[in-house]
Design a protein. Sequence first.
Lengths: 147, 762
Amino acid sequence: MRIACTVNGHTRVAENVWAGESLLYVLRERFGLYGSKNACEQGECGSCSVYLDGSLVCACLVLGGQANGREVVTVEGVDAAGVQQAFVDAGAVQCGFCTPGLIVATHDLLRRVPQPSDAQIREALAGNVCRCTGYAKIIEAVNMAAR
Amino acid sequence: MRVGESVQRVDGPSKVRGTFAYSSDLHAEHMLWGSTVRSPHPYARITSIDTSEARAMPGVHAVLTHEDVPGMKLYGLEIQDQPVLAFDFVRYGGEAVALVAADHPEQARRATQKVRVEYEVLRPVTQAEDALRPDAPRLHPDGNVTRHVKIRHGDQVARADVVVRGEYEIGMQDQAPLGPESGLAVPDAEGGVDLYIATQWLHVDQQQLANILALQPEKVRLTMAGIGGAFGAREDLSMQAHACLLALKTGRPVKISYSRPESFVGHVHRHPGRLSYEHGANTDGMLVYVRARILLDGGAYASSSTAVIANASCFAVGPYRCPNATIDGIVAYSNNPPCGAMRGFGSVQNCYAHEAQMDKLAAALGMDPVELRIRNAMETGTEMITGQKIDGPVPVAELLSRVSSMPLPANVSRPLPVYGEGKGGAVGPADLTAMPGGVSNTTHGEGVKRGIGYAVGFKNIGYSEGFDDHSTARVRLSVIDGRPRVEVHTAAAEVGQGTVMVQAQIAGSELGVNDIVVLNADTRVGSAGSSSASRQTYITGGAVKAAAEAVCQRVLGLAQSELHPASELRIENDNVVGGDGRQIVPLATLLGDAVIEETREFHPRATHRLDPETGQADAHMQYAFAAHRAVVDVDTELGLVKVVELATAQDVGKAINPLAVQGQLEGGAAQGLGLAVMEEIQVQDGVIRNASFTDYLLPTILDMPPLRMDILELGDPNSPYGLKGVGEPPTISSGPAIVAAIRAATGRDIRRVPVRPHDLTL
């Protein structure tokens, strides 16, 4: 099947897509946008967090076909320079595999709650697993980005 | 960038923008996807494999079995016992049997289902204890005992006033790096192959691949791709040989990227274990003896089991003076998933046991548990149970007294109001995330009891028992666009820990040059050894230091011969300066078109093999120590645990990059918390039942509490800059401190980790 959608502001088309391909697969392997990560492909780790029509979703849980005619924003296109710099400055990145998902999820949190409490940060990022950092510096990074 | 400064990651900007290329992000024109046929049975005889149907499927380009392995059909880090593709027998559920390459990953996956493998199912050995029985099936030619380490130290029949005994059980933990096993193999026109891969040790992969593929090592070139975490899971081969076999067979690039369920059977795990301990002490609390039997289940193949059991045995009593010890450490084969390296490497399992024993002893003596530990704490020069006397700082008592004197967190878990204060005075819902059970809203404090627990642990840094630990660094100084630039090239794996910054900082400190570029790791430079055993900063750092010093000597030699024969010179801020700091000549001017390049190997001091009968030897090169305090709240009605706070003190010798050191202490403690209260691979009848992140629980941001840290820099006289390995000690004593706190909160005699709700309620 054919998928046409807007990704990071540009119209993208994929031909001959197998109906079982996830949006994550389409983004990565059809559009070459490898920023969204494939850690669990079960919606548990948040590494593939993207916006779909402005809602934060796990791209692995959305079928590619469902994105047809809709607007996708990935870590490559999200307007989150402050969040990204804060993650670098705070030392919130180690292996970095969870980072793209956290960037998008933090962007989503801060547009809803510009000055989140630590409890709100923890609640908002509870769907993003990080295996390296123990999360302390991620909380620091979100606080830095919120300032 | 200098040693001792907190330096941001050079790969940080690309990682936060999503442009950093991990091994699963690779792509090549005309690339095929590889997929693996795996055994559903933990133990079976393979009677036939029929690939004809799979071969005929659309999009399928190759189907391979063990018959297509041109070289050695067995591989392994210590013992070559694991088939590249199974033949005759499968010995664990999930073992690789055949391979498919196809145009689309789904075509490949479907074709794997059409490879017809006939099995004669055999009764699996699912307990290490069963593997030791004389009537157990012999899983490997040399029997089922992979290694038995005996430590016989001091009086073997010593008696003591107070004796405590305990049996402990440790579940199987997964490293769960977020990046899946993945890579891209690209065949060349001359029968060789380039592999782009996420691995902890390029050169040991290269050697194993050369053997398997029957190629000279120079025909198997490895380039490091971005690594999404490792923690021991990337020590052994996973898909490396499979991708290369498919690429060489099809003449096309082949990518393999495991799904999460496949990852759970595609790499080794932390050994589960059963540990029996007896501690004897005098009435004043001084240890007289420890007797222990440590039985680890190595699973189907040896991996690094022989080294893991050596650690578990050498550090069996913890960082305490113990004049008499009888330790039997046994690791056995079974039909469970293979176990090998994971952060802490044998020192984690025994720490749960020796720390529980110290608490038991304190209770029996009516002593404070911290006081008992301090009284028995190792010091510089203390003889270990292996007979080795540890030199350099051994701050066990200091670490304990520091964590025990840190302020305690406020007791917030008493009954809460329904509404609490948000930021800016806003009224919001009560912070349920501070409660056991969290937002499940299972308690507002009723039935909740607080406990505080302590633990201290230690382990070796670097390779042990006579292994020639070493690393190689090439350092090259040239002038680019009028500025001096240093390139550092090693094969060290950047797994997330930050070796790229450490290498740049060391080169920057030694050479006084501002523009430092660390090249991507590959096999064009000599081996760096593995990013494991907390060794890379020490060993590869040592190699970079030596190579940079050699380059520096040559630069200063040049300056002296051309300019200032007698003066005392050094390089500072891109300039050659005199002893008084006065600029003598810009480095760029001095060098002109010259390129100065030096390669050095660094070897730390030698170690020796444990005596097979007594376990006595100077077996380890360096030791690192950490202590933890845990504060927990337990909902005693539901058995739910909330870790309220962790505190740690660790001697890192010298913090090369303090920001990265903190990250190791925080992340390592989180992995310790995971094993203590949630992480366990559930193996039933030899088959993993929870091979997903839905069912294998990892600590989230809601589970991991704040960590108080006290980082000591006491300086090891033997190591570069006085540094100590940092990565593993945080994972050793964090979990045992949490379990001690749960015991304190509940009064229950917990003998098994991870602690489950029914262990606290039924």
